[in-house]
Design a protein around this ligand. Structure first.
Ligand code: SF4
Length: 469
């Protein structure tokens, strides 16, 4: 496979390239654009190599502007089946990031791309080129695909119909997965596609825990592992269940230990507070602990503005991602919120006290009916100080828990692992780099199962310039 006819280089080395606002020629999709999507479908009637553009092409776009983006990839091949579509679709993220001068984030209906000024000036000025690159990569990296065609949508009107089709397909995939639970199957799956960004992260995909990115459910993972057992998606035999409530399995622990190169040893699938699942950076939503209430809040990627703890999604995402095991900040899929296993070890859905309004509306039908109206949104309470009164007025079940009473009353909890004062956060496994002389090499210190208690945090600017005598 050659890309010598392209004006920019293409290869895995460019994954992780960041294009900042002042470096971008145009932005495609992202949080400020209403409709965007990317979708893969099997269609045996595709015209191999065909690229179609509905809307302005790159060269017709105004520098510094934002446009909708729909990427519809259709693939053909004798062995292809519908269950593979979602797994192929997740590769759009990886393949776009192979292109020097393109940054791609997220997936499904939250995709967000930037094209750099430098790439545009080198000649990357048409979606025809990006489509051709995608087609070549799909066929080379996934030989089961024999033919492919790509259609781009960049016009706000023209994207409406395919966007609605894509949303229906995502919903149908999620609906199918909701009918199955972890106890119904004898095989789980893992995915390491995000290790290029988060080297210690591996997704554990079970019927109740759709992948963090929301793109790959248990059926999708099963199909991918079947056609390419040595690929990034693989089988994980659950083995012995050590703790049913927490969702601790022998096979999951072995998998994460191996895939994180020994950095992480245990995972509780159904806890955000003890041995939580790692988070890469592609999660659809963040489940965050609210110590003032001893409850949980959930903010999704599309939420505009701060959550009840005063932090926007982007600030919490920095804390959450990177393959860390971060108690109190968990990247999750939206589908997992509606699962009866949702953080059941920490108290389950009954601990959710705040959600972004749009997210709450979206998942309301999958939550206990008598809980929905008791979960606050940004329309009900704007500050953490008002949350307690609101929950008590609504008689949220959390107000009956010992954890809540201790949190709002300042009483000491009985559990040994918490102290009554200060903000002690169980941190799981943390690692720090200590650079050696000249900033090269150095040591890595791994603190396992540590708890960090800081009375104050002081941030000082280090002046690297030599002082004058
Ligand atoms: S978030 Fe998880 S399932 Fe999704 S691509 Fe990354 S590793 Fe795979």
């Amino acid at each position: 496979m050659s890309f010598s006819d392209m004006p920019v280089d293409v290869g895995p080395v460019y994954e992780g390239e960041r294009i900042r606002g002042n470096q971008m020629y145009v932005e495609l999709g992202g949080p400020k654009i209403d409709k965007k999507f990317e979708l893969v479908r099997v269609n045996q009637k595709v015209e191999d190599g065909k690229v179609t553009i509905h809307g302005p092409d790159l060269k017709d776009m105004e520098q510094g502007s934002r446009y909708p983006i729909g990427i519809f990839v259709e693939v053909a091949g004798k062995e292809l089946e519908e269950d593979l579509e979602a797994v192929f679709e997740r590769r759009i993220h990886e393949f776009c990031n192979f292109v020097n001068g393109i940054m791609h984030l997220n997936q499904r209906y939250t995709n967000w791309m930037r094209v750099s000024i430098q790439a545009f000036e080198k000649g990357l000025n048409s979606f025809e080129m990006l489509g051709t690159i995608l087609i070549r990569l799909f066929k080379a990296e996934l030989p089961i695909i024999e033919k492919a065609q790509v259609t781009f949508y960049t016009d706000a009107k023209m994207i409406e119909e395919p966007h609605a089709m894509a949303m229906n397909i995502y919903n149908a995939r999620d609906e199918r997965a909701r009918g199955l639970h972890d106890e119904d199957v004898d095989m789980f799956y893992g995915c390491v596609l995000c290790q290029s960004f988060a080297p210690t992260h591996a997704c554990c995909i079970t019927p109740d825990r759709t992948s963090l990115c929301g793109s790959i459910n248990w059926f999708d993972a099963r199909a991918a592992a079947k056609v390419d057992p040595k690929g990034p998606l693989f089988e994980v035999p659950p083995g012995e269940c050590y703790n049913k409530e927490a969702g601790e399995f022998e096979g999951i622990n072995e998998m994460i230990k191996k895939r994180s190169l020994g950095e992480i040893e245990r995972i509780y699938l159904y806890s955000g507070m003890e041995y939580p699942h790692t988070s890469c950076g592609c999660f659809e939503a963040i489940d965050f602990y609210i110590p003032e209430i001893d409850g949980h809040g959930i903010i999704d990627r599309n939420h505009d503005g701060p959550a009840i703890n005063g932090l926007p999604f982007s600030a919490m995402a920095n804390q959450t991602g990177g393959g860390k095991q971060m108690a109190g900040f968990n990247g999750i899929s939206i589908q997992y919120i509606g699962s009866p296993k949702y953080q059941q070890y920490d108290g389950g859905q009954a601990t959710i006290v705040w959600m972004g309004k749009a997210l709450k509306d979206r998942v309301a039908e999958f939550l206990p009916a008598d809980l929905v109206d008791k979960i606050a949104t940004e329309e009900d309470v704007q500050e953490i100080n008002g949350l307690q009164a609101w929950l008590e007025e609504k008689k949220h079940p959390i107000i009956e828990t010992d954890g809540y009473k201790a949190a709002v009353g300042g009483e000491e909890e009985e559990e040994e692992e918490y102290e009554g004062e200060g903000a002690m956060v169980p941190m799981g496994t943390q690692s720090f780099m200590i650079p050696g002389a000249g900033g090269a090499g150095g040591f890595k210190i791994i603190l396992k199962n540590c708890k960090i208690h800081a009375e104050s945090v002081i941030i000082k600017k280090i002046d690297s310039k030599p002082k004058r005598k």
